[in-house]
Design a protein around this ligand. Structure first.
Ligand code: SF4
Length: 399
């Protein structure tokens, strides 16, 4: 498995696959073709189907300049390698193609020219939960210690930066009001939720605040502001909400939060390695399901659970989202995405309580749940995988 840094990418929303990765690809191609005067950019498959809603065109225009690029939309053309294809062509003044490059946005902000996830930069000797759990139990270690053993020493500096960006997005999102960009004219809700939640007491207040925190970050993402993928942009509100709740309302130190982040990153990494975190590949179970799994594990670690209980919570976080489709209305990362972040965060807090009440023993292991997610994702029809052609997206548009 790769470094957990690749799970936590700092950048601008609203989509890791549709905004972050295409922007990076455009920057690379532009840099490699500095003498070209014009560019063609062809977006294929789900990248084209929901690209306008996900601001893919804005990311491309920002890099090349509106006068220098022609964007071609091919939502019905799915390249065989991956549903999120993008082709760049660099042109000279006569319109001749100087060079071209086809690449794929394979989820979580990553690019691949083959559509396959590269295996090159593996730094961990194990990639399944069963092997890692066994190692932890045999050596009396925790998951965050396993991460610390194989990452570079500066991983803690990076996770601190991640935590700071998460907190800034969350606190900024709690303050902002008004309408989010896009044709839904969706009002932000986080500030109102926060104010109302504060008027409650005790556990009711803490549970309500989890909703407000998740909405705040997800709304920042929808607005195209700075967030951290956890593991994607669309699901970026779940983990910060749970960690912020633990930090502010249960007074866990930043040191403990960074360790919880490391464990959450490990869970995301295992899912990414053995299945997928891409909505275009496996539906929303790969995004909100993965985020909930990561946040559930982080919460149990913070509350003093054993590694078996952490594994159980990670399983719960994903298992009850199995089959969750991706059906963003108008192709915007807003409905149902923003609300799903709130429910993912609440479910992670529930998974924490459930796993802490149990002794860690359970029938279906995390690895089996992840394999089921992968197979389910591949069996889900394409229209429920980031095309905005099925489910809520189809019904809302005909309403
Ligand atoms: S429905 Fe889920 S997978 Fe699809 S765009 Fe929204 S958050 Fe991402």
């Amino acid at each position: 498995m790769e470094t957990v840094r690749n799970i936590f990418k700092i950048g601008y929303g609203p989509s890791s696959s549709h905004t972050m990765a295409p922007r990076r690809a455009a920057e690379l191609f532009r840099f490699a073709n500095a003498t070209a005067v014009k560019f063609n950019v062809t977006l294929y498959g789900s990248l084209a189907a929901t690209g306008r809603g996900h601001l893919t065109d804005k990311a491309v225009l920002d890099v090349f300049g509106a006068d220098n690029v022609n964007i071609i939309w091919e939502p019905k053309v799915f390249l065989p390698q991956h549903p999120n294809g993008i082709k760049f062509e660099a042109l000279n003044a006569e319109g001749q193609v100087l060079s071209d490059w086809t690449t794929f946005s394979i989820g979580g902000g990553d690019l691949s020219d083959t559509g396959e996830r590269r295996k090159g930069a593996d730094i961990y000797p194990m990639s399944t939960m069963s092997d890692i759990l066994k190692w932890c139990q045999q050596n009396g270690r925790t998951f965050w210690e396993f991460v610390a053993l194989y990452e570079e020493a500066d991983i803690w500096d990076y996770l601190e930066e991640v935590w700071n960006v998460m907190k800034t997005a969350l606190t900024h999102g709690l303050e902002e009001e008004g309408v989010l960009p896009g044709e839904l004219h969706l009002p932000r809700k986080a500030a109102a939720f926060y104010t109302r939640a504060k008027s409650f007491q005790g556990i009711l207040q803490r549970r309500s605040l989890v909703f407000a925190y998740a909405l705040a970050v997800a709304e920042e993402n929808a607005a195209g502001n700075k967030i951290v993928t956890a593991p994607t942009c669309g699901s970026c509100g779940v983990l910060p909400s749970v960690l912020y709740n633990c930090s502010v309302n249960y007074e866990f130190s930043d040191k403990k939060i960074l360790r919880a982040l490391a464990t959450a990153g490990l869970i995301g990494n295992i899912i990414k390695e053995n299945a997928s975190i891409s909505g275009a590949e496996v539906g929303c179970q790969g995004e909100i399901g993965s985020a909930t799994s990561m946040a559930s594990a982080a919460a149990v670690q913070l509350f003093g659970g054993t590694v078996a209980q952490v594994e159980y919570a990670a399983s719960i976080g994903m298992e009850h989202f199995l089959g969750l489709t991706c059906d963003p209305v108008c192709g915007l990362v807003q409905v149902p995405c923003i609300e799903r972040n709130a429910f993912g965060a609440a479910r992670a807090m529930d998974a924490n309580m459930y796993a802490m009440l149990a002794d860690g023993h359970h029938l279906i292991s995390f690895d089996v749940v992840i394999e089921a997610m992968k197979r389910t994702g591949h069996d889900i029809p394409r229209l429920y995988k980031e095309t905005a052609e099925g489910g809520l997206a189809a019904l809302m548009e005909n309403d």
